[in-house]
Design a protein around this ligand. Structure first.
Ligand code: 13P
Ligand code: SF4
Length: 352
């Protein structure tokens, strides 16, 4: 009965401003056609869920061709987005670099707003779309351009490095951006004895353990990573002493101290692929383990499941709406854009 209902042409829920296209039915032909894609996600997507996803995946992939669009997906996207509709996948730095070089006319950012803004800065002539307007970030919300101007006054002559998890307005007030994969390198590239590294307090503390440069931090936190605790990890390690713990640098310092490896989301993925631990605990947003699990079937994942509510606003339905209606276009004030672009390009050139 569920199959019969789902097989009828269906319109997905969502807000749209023009008549909706009708999605293809979940027919035996469609099922067969998308079999190779299902094989990539069958470890985490049930056949019932696939009945719902497959028509959207088919429609999105057709719309991408019609619109000359690419989908840039962050490592935290759910597997049906990450493996079945995205053109490029990666951490913040990799996605920024892809945005700078894609030839497509339209970029759909399957990630959060600051990532879409970064794409717009690096590809100003392209149309950049974010499928949900509320896909924000607690770090980006923790600091404003005014705050940075006040910091400049309070610390004259001290260079300011901003994590890319900030608004374009904040980036415009800073000397250079960094991501979790290159923060130490960026800080050291400035040749200064003291550097302000904003807004993630824990990333700053982590960087301070890796460099002789004095780091001055802001009090922003990632609402996902700040929830992990050393006690929680201790309990996992007690019950399984062989488990490898790998953590994102947005985690609190006592969590990072317990980790066998710390790195960006792609750094963590590469570490698992390379080292092939028997059992690994990923201390980060939990969709990532689902995305990498199929590629390393010999690795057993423990996923203390913290979800990023902002990343999870991006769904197949929202991506479909975004491509049908070309919504929601991300724009940046030209004066802000010019200064923010300088800070982002300085980072990209440094790490190219
Ligand atoms: P990465 O650059 O490591 O992908 O991190 C982005 C992010 O938002 C992590 O929470
Ligand atoms: Fe921001 Fe944390 Fe979500 Fe990444 S996981 S987008 S840092 S709130």
């Amino acid at each position: 009965m569920v199959q019969a209902q789902a097989a009828a042409p269906r319109k997905p829920a969502g807000t749209v401003s023009e008549p909706r296209r009708v999605l293809p039915a979940f027919s035996p032909e469609l099922k067969r056609e998308l079999e190779p894609l299902y094989a990539r996600v069958s470890h985490v997507v049930t056949p019932m869920e696939w009945v719902h996803y497959a028509p959207l995946i088919k429609a999105i992939n057709e719309l991408k061709r019609e619109r000359d669009a690419v989908i840039l997906a962050h490592n935290y996207m759910t597997p049906e987005i990450f493996h079945c509709v995205s053109d490029f996948r990666g951490d913040s730095l990799q996605l920024a670099k892809e945005a700078a070089k894609t030839k497509a006319k339209v970029i759909v950012q399957a990630g959060v707003h600051f990532m879409a803004e970064t794409s717009k800065l690096l590809s100003p002539e392209k149309m950049v779309l974010i499928p949900h307007l509320e896909a924000g970030c607690s770090l980006a919300a923790s600091i404003t351009a005014d705050d940075v101007r006040r910091l400049r006054e309070a610390y004259p002559g001290v260079p300011i490095v901003t994590y890319v998890n900030t608004s374009a307005a904040v980036k415009a007030e800073c000397d250079i951006t960094c991501t979790s994969s290159n923060a130490v390198k960026v800080v050291e590239s400035l040749g200064a004895p003291r550097v302000l590294l904003i807004p993630d307090e824990y990333l700053s503390k982590y960087v301070a353990t890796k460099t002789k440069v004095e780091i001055i931090a802001w009090k922003g936190h990632c609402e996902v990573h700040e929830r992990f605790t050393a006690d929680e990890l201790e309990a996992y390690r007690k019950s399984d002493p062989g488990v490898k713990i790998i953590a994102h640098p947005e985690c609190p310092p006592d969590v990072i101290r317990m980790a066998d490896f710390t790195g960006s989301t792609s750094g963590m993925i590469n570490w698992v692929k390379d080292k092939r631990p028997k059992k690994v605990l990923l201390v980060t947003e939990c969709s990532m383990a689902s995305n990498v699990a199929a590629e390393v079937p010999d690795v057993d994942f423990i996923r203390p499941c913290n979800l990023c509510p902002h990343m999870k606003r991006i769904s197949l339905e929202k991506i479909y709406d975004s491509l049908v209606n070309l919504q929601y276009e991300v724009t940046v004030d030209p004066d802000v854009a010019e200064r923010a672009r300088r800070a982002v390009e300085r980072m990209v050139n440094l790490t190219n």
